[in-house]
Each structure stands twice: as structure tokens, then as C-alpha cells.
Design a protein around this ligand. Structure first.
Ligand SMILES: Cc1cc2nc3c(=O)[nH]c(=O)nc-3n(C[C@H](O)[C@H](O)[C@H](O)COP(=O)(O)OP(=O)(O)OC[C@H]3O[C@@H](n4cnc5c(N)ncnc54)[C@H](O)[C@@H]3O)c2cc1C
Length: 385
């Protein structure tokens, strides 16, 4: 019988990946825009196409993709280090984030040779930014019920009609990879779904940004009004969308971005405490460091399985659930600690960072699949339901 321990065989970063860390730090030291902590706290939600292109020019977008397609052909552990360093610095990486993390690997795995040759070099040059078209107004957690439909045309190609929502960066991206229905009805669930690459500049596509509570407009609603797609917009086989999207979600859920979303705030707070010579909160900080070390090992272990070509969906769900719980605990604890000392001279940047992270942290356990859904998957994976 497979036990929980078997699922998380620990993996270590190879020396080459640790050596690469120094290159990334030197690059960030030279090229990172001078942003205050409340801007850096946006980390992978911070959009800066110019910065993404600088990274691409250094060869660090699409790092794991083969050289033949413009990639750096680095291993998954070097990518782990790169991501970890970008997040801890609070680099504005959102422009290329989704293409690097999942669209590129998805096209490499399931796309045709022509799709690989067209899209992957553009991703690696920082010219093609991608967004994820999964959620719809009546289909979020219950993803298999998506109603956006692509209908085959008699003369070849497809006609796309429907609507997506909460699509991160749709207003800035050239392409969306969307999960849509190509046969049957929503009652057919995961049968009859397919994935398409949609050029968002096509006639019939309307993108409407949505502002969030913190005043940012990072996601959008996207309408498809009889958009004409050519045959080569389909990724993989017609009807294989569910299997492909499941593989994609393992990449989406297990990376360092599911444990580091509050790290800029944590570091900024520790810096402030250090400046005051305050040590009373050292035990709490030690506890965060310990949690972070364990979560990092779990994330690394899933990275090793993904690198071996496996699709550890349950383990990825576990990393995301535990990671986002940790990320959400930090801002409320820091807010409480600051509030417990009302006479303290707290600088504005720390207060703004704390306020921002507290406002957005509820989204950490929504984006990429909600906590309840992940826990259901974990229970099923462990044979408990
Ligand atoms: C910041 C942010 C960025 C996002 N970016 C994208 C993106 O780029 N692309 C994209 O496609 N989507 C994106 N999303 C959407 C996200 O994937 C959905 O919000 C999420 O899947 C939940 O769907 P929903 O909002 O429709 O909520 P619902 O599915 O309606 O869920 C509402 C509540 O009910 C609970 N619930 C639902 N079903 C069950 C069940 N069976 N058992 C127990 N509890 C249940 C949920 O856990 C949740 O708490 C983003 C969301 C956020 C917050």
C-alpha cells in the first residue's frame, strides 16, 4: 500500500542549481526596478512587460524548454531556484508567468510540431504572454460544467461562443488557452471538452478588466462572440481537454508561488523589528522559518515528480492547501502584532504592505482551485471518499 510518506520522497537541489542562484541574485541586483515593499508584495501579480523581456533576453523565460524551441533547456530544479529568487525579491513577473509555468510546457507536451515551432520561441523571447481560460460565471470549482462552446464549421475550423471570467492578465496577453466544450452537453461533464489557443486580437473577442478590492485590475471577463478559429487552434485531440487540463493543474498548484506570496511582507516586518532591536517575537519568526522549510521541501518533492514526467495532482493539491494556509496566516499575524503595539513608530511602507497583503490574501486559497475542492481531491487520493 502507498503511504503518505511514499508520496513525498524528499528531493534536494543539485549543486548546479544552487550555483545558478548566485547568477539570478546578481541579475536582480542589477536589473530589478527599485520598487517599495508594497509594490514588490504583488510578486507574481506584478505586471511589467519590460522586466519580463529583460529576463527573456538573459534566457530565463521558458527556461526548461528545449533549445530547439528557443528555451534554455535547464532542469526543473534550476527553474525552482529562479522562481524562488524572483518571488523573494518581489520581482514583477506576472507578464510571462503563466506562459513560463504552464502554457509553454502544455504546448510542448500536447501541441503539434507546428504549434511548438510557432509559440515556444515567442514565449522564450518574452513576446507572447498567455492567460488561462478555465473559469466561467457559472463554472468555477465545477470546471467540468464549462459552457463556452467551439462548434466545427463545415468548411473547416471552429466557431467559438461563450464567456470566461477572472482571467488573469487577459487585458495584457496576446493568447489564451481555453477549456471549452466541443461536443455533447454540460451534463456530459469531462467528456467532450477540448483546449484551444485563442488569439485575443481576433474579431469577436471582447476583454473587460475587473477591479479588485485593493484597486488593482489584474483579471478580466472575456467574451467570445462567434470568434472564427482555424483548425490549428486546437491543442491535442478533440475531446482530450480534461486530461490535458488536469496535467496543467499539477504545474499550476505545486510551485514556490504557493508558499511565498507573503514573503515580502514577512521580510519587511523582520527588517523593521531588527531595526528596533526587538526580540520578543523571535519564537513566532522561528516557527514561520520552520514551516517554510517544510513546505519548501514538499514543493521541491513535487517538482522532482513533475520533472520525471509524472502528474502528481493529489500531492500538488496538498502543497497548495498547506502553502496557502501558511501564506494567509502571516499577514493576519503581522497585523495583530503591529496592532498590539499602538504607540510604536511604524513606517508607512510597512503599514501599506501589511494592509495590501491582508486585503488580497483571501484570494490565495481561491485562485488555482479553492481550499474545499483541493481537500476533496486529497481525501479522494488517499481513498477517504
Ligand atoms: C486572484 C484570482 C485569479 C484568478 N485567475 C484565474 C485565471 O487566470 N483563469 C481562470 O480560469 N480562473 C481564474 N480564477 C478563478 C478561480 O479559479 C475560481 O475563482 C475558483 O476556481 C472558484 O470558482 P468560483 O469563483 O466560481 O467559486 P465557486 O466554485 O462558486 O465556489 C464558491 C465557494 O463554494 C465552495 N464549493 C464549491 N463547490 C464545492 C464542493 N463541491 N464542495 C465543497 N465546497 C465547494 C468553494 O470552495 C468556494 O468556497 C482566479 C481567481 C482569483 C481569486
Amino acid at each position: 500500500m502507498t503511504t503518505l510518506i511514499d508520496r513525498f520522497e524528499l528531493a534536494a537541489l543539485p549543486p548546479s542549481a544552487e550555483a545558478f542562484r548566485q547568477d539570478v541574485r546578481a541579475f536582480l541586483h542589477a536589473e530589478m526596478p527599485p520598487l517599495p515593499a508594497d509594490r514588490r508584495a504583488r510578486s507574481w501579480m506584478g505586471f511589467d512587460a519590460g522586466f519580463s523581456r529583460k529576463l527573456a533576453a538573459r534566457g530565463w523565460v521558458g527556461v526548461t524548454l528545449p533549445r530547439a524551441y528557443g528555451g534554455a533547456e535547464m532542469d526543473a530544479f534550476s527553474r525552482f531556484v529562479l522562481i524562488e529568487e524572483l518571488l523573494c525579491a518581489g520581482a514583477p513577473v506576472s507578464a510571462h508567468w503563466i506562459a513560463d509555468r504552464q502554457s509553454g510546457p502544455l504546448i510542448r507536451k500536447f501541441g503539434s510540431e507546428a504549434q511548438r515551432r510557432f509559440y515556444l520561441p515567442r514565449i522564450c523571447r518574452g513576446e507572447a504572454f498567455f492567460c488561462i481560460g478555465m473559469s466561467e460565471p457559472n463554472s468555477g470549482s465545477d470546471l467540468a460544467s464549462v459552457g463556452t462552446r467551439a462548434t466545427p464549421r463545415a468548411d473547416g475550423g471552429w466557431t467559438l461562443a461563450g464567456r470566461k471570467i477572472w482571467t488573469t492578465n487577459a487585458q495584457h496577453c496576446q493568447y489564451m488557452i481555453a477549456l471549452v466544450r466541443t461536443s455533447g452537453t454540460p451534463q456530459d461533464r469531462n467528456q467532450g471538452l477540448s483546449q484551444f489557443i485563442i488569439d485575443l486580437s481576433l474579431p469577436g473577442v471582447t476583454v473587460r478588466p475587473i477591479a479588485d478590492l485593493a484597486g488593482d485590475a489584474h483579471f478580466s471577463e472575456v467574451f467570445f462572440d462567434d470568434v472564427q478559429l482555424s483548425d490549428d487552434a486546437l491543442i491535442g485531440r478533440e475531446g482530450s481537454g480534461w486530461e490535458q487540463v488536469t496535467a496543467e493543474l499539477a504545474f499550476e498548484r505545486s510551485g514556490p508561488e504557493r508558499i511565498y506570496s507573503s514573503i515580502v511582507l514577512l521580510d519587511r516586518w523582520i527588517e523593521w523589528l531588527r531595526g528596533r532591536g526587538e526580540t520578543a517575537l523571535a519564537p513566532a519568526i522561528g516557527r514561520y522559518a520552520t514551516h517554510l522549510a517544510a513546505l519548501r521541501d514538499l514543493s521541491l518533492s513535487v517538482t522532482a515528480r513533475l520533472a520525471a514526467g509524472e502528474s502528481p495532482a493529489v500531492e500538488a493539491a496538498l502543497v497548495k492547501d498547506l502553502g496557502t494556509t501558511f501564506e494567509q496566516e502571516i499577514p493576519s499575524a503581522i497585523e495583530a502584532a503591529l496592532g498590539a503595539n499602538p504607540g510604536a513608530d511604524i513606517d508607512g511602507e510597512l503599514l501599506r504592505t501589511c494592509a495590501y497583503v491582508n486585503q488580497v490574501c483571501p484570494t490565495y486559497s481561491l485562485r488555482g482551485g479553492t481550499r474545499e475542492i483541493l481537500r476533496g481531491m486529497i481525501a479522494r487520493g488517499l481513498g477517504l471518499r
